[in-house]
Write a protein that binds this ligand. Structure first.
Ligand SMILES: Nc1ncnc2c1ncn2[C@@H]1O[C@H](COP(=O)(O)OP(=O)(O)OP(=O)(O)O)[C@@H](O)[C@H]1O
Ligand SMILES: [Mg+2]
Length: 254
């Protein structure tokens, strides 16, 4: 599995344009691509050739109007390139949802429903893992803990102390890889995770000396570290393999 994050704090530098073109390029190379626009600016939606002011059935409707996620998915270039548009109204969603009970669960519920649909696909073995880096790192924990994923892998994750408590009692494998020169994993964070890994059977922690935050990304010229990246990908594939074997074992046992 290859994870590509397009990330830059600066506005208007071509992040969305890169995502749109990567998606189209991957689709032309035969991959099945789903582009989801979750930005109220809706620039990716403009790339879809859709006017975000008049768009209907958008991510806004999924979050605020109970529209099933699959109903917001559109074919952009046949089945190879799919897209979920955004709407300018998404900017007001936070305010609009302020009085909605369980608003914090809306995205969770939508992801869970979609995961259930993915699992029903004929070529799915029903097992799915969440892999995250940077701000996505916490999804390696939230995925198996709250969203029904079967495993989680975090590479140079940020804000991980906020989620460490969620690992208690988790019976699904979680793998966390950090460099010990990662500014997002200073001594106290590493210490907390080392202690947790010592106690929790399903948590594995791998710390690489001298490796920086961003080691997964070839564009992060200072931080990129091929051996740590290779290790992370190797562990991710091994975890997926173990899920497959476990499932085959369960099938045989039935
Ligand atoms: N390679 C390029 N050459 C010229 N113009 C470009 C290029 N890439 C993007 N642009 C233009 O720059 C503008 C900003 O691009 P884009 O919306 O992709 O940036 P962004 O980083 O996603 O912005 P934001 O932070 O607001 O989300 C757009 O008008 C886009 O068409
Ligand atoms: Mg953008």
């Amino acid at each position: 599995m290859r994870v590509i994050a397009v990330f830059n704090h600066k506005g208007g530098v071509g992040k969305t344009t890169t995502v749109a073109n990567l998606g189209a390029g991957l689709a032309r190379r035969g991959k099945r691509v789903l582009l989801v626009d979750a930005d109220p600016q809706a620039c990716l939606t403009v790339h879809f050739g859709i006017d975000p002011e008049s768009a209907e059935k958008t991510i806004y409707d999924v979050l605020c109007r109970d529209l099933p996620f699959r109903d917001a998915v559109r074919e952009l270039e046949g089945e190879a390139l799919l897209g979920v548009p955004s709407h300018l109204d998404l900017a007001g969603a936070e305010l609009e949802l302020a009085t909605t009970m369980g608003r914090e669960r809306l995205l969770k519920d939508a992801i869970e429903r979609y995961l259930a649909e993915v699992r029903k696909l004929p070529n799915s073995n029903t097992r799915a893992a969440a892999m995250g880096l940077c701000y996505g790192g916490p999804y390696a924990i939230i995925g198996p803990k709250r969203l029904g994923f079967d495993a989680g892998i975090s590479c140079h994750g940020s804000q991980m102390l906020d989620y460490i408590g969620e690992l208690e009692g988790l019976a699904r494998p979680v793998c966390i890889v950090w460099g010990d020169a990662d500014h997002q994993a200073p001594a106290e964070v590493l210490e907390a995770y080392r202690a947790a890994a010592g106690r929790l059977k399903h948590l594995e922690l791998h710390v690489f000396p001298g490796v920086l935050h961003g080691y997964m990304m070839p564009e992060a010229t200072k931080a990129f570290h091929q051996p740590t990246r290779d290790f992370s990908m190797g562990r991710a594939l091994a975890l997926l393999d173990s899920l497959r074997t476990e499932q085959a074992g369960q099938r045989r046992a039935r």
